[in-house]
Design a protein around this ligand. Structure first.
Ligand SMILES: Cc1cc2nc3c(=O)[nH]c(=O)nc-3n(C[C@H](O)[C@H](O)[C@H](O)COP(=O)(O)O)c2cc1C
Length: 207
């Protein structure tokens, strides 16, 4: 059975604007992909492993092209479990608000956990090779402000960052649905959520 991994980076539940858009996406996706399973990874509910000095030693072992052994491998078991869970998916949905022009720290921590040499990418004589092949990603965001304007466009470090980081590991088919502005009046907020939901339903049906 094919799997969509839904990575949630907002701690807000019923109040979340981002999740209102994701729900519209998933409602169509589950209906049009009856043979798929949807697995949720809520980064605020998970106890994400931290990158201790010992675990970081492992990263440098991997960067030298070597494998992890013994105690080092054991200390990496939680990181490897997250990497394997990520790699077990056929497609991804990320639901994230904008926090301080970029992503919430839980999503950054998750990226720091899974983006490991030998697992998600490797260096070759010709450069970097992403190892997450043949997968697509939809990223649903919501932002308080509006980053489509000439004044604010340059302050959006969220979309370019996520595009680069997941492109780096091989995911080049990435679609963004950005609900914005969310905090510049109730009427505008409802209007823009509805617009993003419409786009989300449309994209979910074509995946
Ligand atoms: C800690 C924090 C930082 C935020 N930083 C920004 C920001 O840099 N730019 C912006 O437009 N909105 C910012 N916001 C507003 C949120 O992006 C916005 O309210 C969003 O819709 C929240 O999504 P959610 O309801 O799914 O959690 C911030 C909100 C919080 C809580």
């Amino acid at each position: 059975m094919k799997k969509l991994l839904h990575i949630i980076a907002t701690p807000r539940e019923e109040g979340s604007r981002t999740l209102r858009v994701s729900e519209a996406f998933l409602e169509v996706f589950t209906r049009t992909h009856a043979d798929w399973t949807v697995e949720e990874l809520n980064l605020s509910k998970e106890k994400l492993p931290s990158l201790t000095v010992q675990r970081l030693d492992g990263k440098y072992v991997l960067l030298q092209g070597k494998d992890l052994h013994g105690e080092l491998k054991e200390t990496w078991s939680e990181l490897i479990a997250h990497i394997e869970r990520f790699m077990s998916a056929d497609t991804y949905l990320i639901s994230t608000p904008m926090w301080n022009f970029s992503i919430p720290y839980t999503l950054k921590q998750y990226i720091d956990i899974i983006l490991q040499p030998k697992y998600l990418f490797r260096y070759t004589s010709t450069g970097v090779e992403g190892l997450v092949k043949n997968r697509a990603m939809v990223v649903i965001t919501s932002r308080g402000g509006d980053y489509t304007t000439a004044q604010m466009r340059g302050a959006d470090f969220q979309e370019p960052y996520l595009r680069f980081v997941f492109g780096f590991v091989g995911i080049t088919d990435i679609t963004f649905i950005n609900a914005q502005p969310m905090d510049m009046g109730e009427v505008l907020q409802q209007e823009k959520i509805a617009l993003a939901q419409e786009k989300a339903r449309e994209i979910a049906g074509t995946r």
